[in-house]
Ligand binder design. Structure first.
Ligand code: 6PG
Length: 476
């Protein structure tokens, strides 16, 4: 069999097909494998004229028709399906072949797969792919990590298909081992935080200030044209003008018919869990996960709202000032959410020896992905001066921006608290900021208590050493 294809894909559902067609558009000959013949046929039928696209249900045919070193990507559900595909492929793979997992796999699974395939001479890449179906077809953001030597074979293809911002492709080598999947996991943690923050702003405007969907659409549209310009703000504006097709009333908006229980596939939770293991403090991401979890307990919430008679106090503020404060509050808390995620990456870059290039992370998140936003430009200066900065909050340029927005978030959080509108993520962003910027925290008392009941010892501010006190000598 002649080896004529440049790139192979296992799993040609919508994401896999779209990515493959994107690669084909850029002049590469591609072949996709799926267990279902109709998917193979559909892929070929979707190929634009002038491109070389083949679908097959024969995995051996796919592998043998690829040029060496073979470049094969899997886009299958995370977990066991990835291991099944690897084991089905193995009999046909040869030394130096490159296998990419483009799904949202847990980074520890990726590490195990790297270790399993390394002795066989196969280069395994964990690659985060963000941007959904449209991104896959017309330009995603991609976060590949793994064997740096082998990356040069992937680089031309990935750079060709990635979204471009300021002429730069939104793809770069993200570091050693499972770094690619780690960076994508943190991307998703930030995604959870930004979505939660937007939903809190929505709650304040809707339940608090009584904004209609038309007004909400206008506010988000305005924000997207200003400093909050981002994919998530942009789609939110669209949501508020989408009418429901199930109901007779032609002025009924779909968003009002959607049940308030949020789903999740686990990447946000993994981010929080791993951050706690290290430990790194990322409370705004933690809160976003916790609020999705709480939302699921709908019946209990209904019962509790009756028991406590929860009633929102209506907000009556001059609307331009209120909307400006809210915009500042969102800006402030978005920046904090990014800062928390980036501080986690800076830590694992060292602790897990991933050597993550922080300036590149910020650069490839500027386009193609779900968390793309103009706010990311704020971090350029900080990383240009110090690419291993442990926390971007320590840079003067970030301090200057946050100080401008600080008054807005303080007003909004206190308004919300007094009106009984839950702003868990927004208030956590502010509390994180206040704690991070506190020279002294009250945890001296926690240390005293720990030593009191458990002889856990403490350190002193005035001399070196580890101390223990018999606290209750004068007690009862
Ligand atoms: C992306 C997204 C995507 C993720 C969804 C679902 O970058 O394109 O992060 O990879 O799977 O957002 O996540 P949840 O179901 O956990 O919300």
């Amino acid at each position: 069999m002649e080896a004529t294809f440049d790139f192979g894909m296992i799993g040609i559902g919508v994401m896999g097909s779209n990515l493959l067609l994107n690669i084909a558009d850029n002049g590469f000959a591609v072949i996709g494998f799926d267990l279902k013949q109709e998917r193979a046929d559909k892929l070929e039928a979707a190929a634009p004229s002038g491109t070389v696209v083949k679908g097959t249900i024969n995995i051996e045919e796919m592998v043998r028709s690829l040029k060496k070193p073979r470049k094969i990507m899997m886009l299958v559900p995370a977990g066991k399906p990835v291991d099944d595909v690897i084991n089905n492929l193995l009999p046909y793979l040869e030394e130096d072949d490159i296998l990419i997992d483009g799904g949202n796999s847990f980074y520890k699974d990726t590490q195990k797969r790297i270790e399993y395939l390394q002795p066989k001479g196969i280069h395994f890449f964990g690659m985060g792919v963000s941007g959904g179906e449209a991104g896959a077809r017309f330009g995603p953001s991609m976060m590949p990590g793994g064997d740096k030597e082998a990356y040069r074979y992937l680089q031309p293809i990935l750079e060709a298909i990635a979204a471009k911002v300021d002429g730069k492709p939104c793809v770069a080598y993200m570091g050693n081992g499972p770094a690619g999947h780690y960076v994508k996991m943190v991307h998703n943690g930030i995604e959870y935080a930004m979505m939660q923050l937007i939903s809190e702003a929505y709650d304040i405007m809707k339940r608090g200030a009584g904004y209609t969907n038309e007004e909400l659409h206008a506010v988000f549209l305005k924000w997207n044209a200003g400093s909050l310009q981002s994919f998530l703000i942009e789609i939110t504006a669209e949501v508020f003008r989408t009418l429901d097709t199930e109901t007779a009333d032609d002025k009924d908006y779909l968003v009002d018919h959607i049940l308030d229980k949020a789903g999740s596939k686990g990447t946000g939770k993994w981010t929080s869990q791993d951050a706690m293991n290290l430990p790194v403090s990322i409370p705004t991401i933690d809160m976003a996960v916790a609020m999705r979890d709480l939302s699921v307990y709908k019946n209990e919430r209904v019962e509790a709202s009756k028991l406590y008679g929860t009633e929102i106090t209506k907000l009556t503020l001059p609307s331009t000032e209120f909307i400006q404060d809210l915009e500042d509050a969102l800006y402030f808390s978005f920046l904090i959410a990014y800062a928390q995620g980036l501080s986690l990456l800076a830590k694992v870059s060292v602790d897990y020896k991933m050597e993550i290039p922080m300036p590149d992370v910020v650069s490839i998140w500027k386009g193609g992905c779900i968390i793309r936003s103009s706010l990311l430009y704020q971090f350029d200066k900080a990383y240009a001066e110090n690419s291993t900065l442990s926390n971007v909050l320590l840079h003067q340029s970030i301090a200057d921006v946050l100080k401008q927005k600080e008054a807005g978030i303080r007003k909004i959080v206190s308004l919300a608290v007094n009106s009984k509108i839950p702003v868990a993520a927004m208030s956590s962003a502010l509390a994180y900021f206040d704690a991070y910027c506190s020279e002294r925290l009250p945890v001296n008392l926690i240390q005293a208590q720990r030593d009191f009941f458990g002889a856990h010892t403490y350190q002193r501010i005035d001399k070196e050493g580890v101390f223990h006190t018999e606290w209750n000598v004068n007690g009862s």
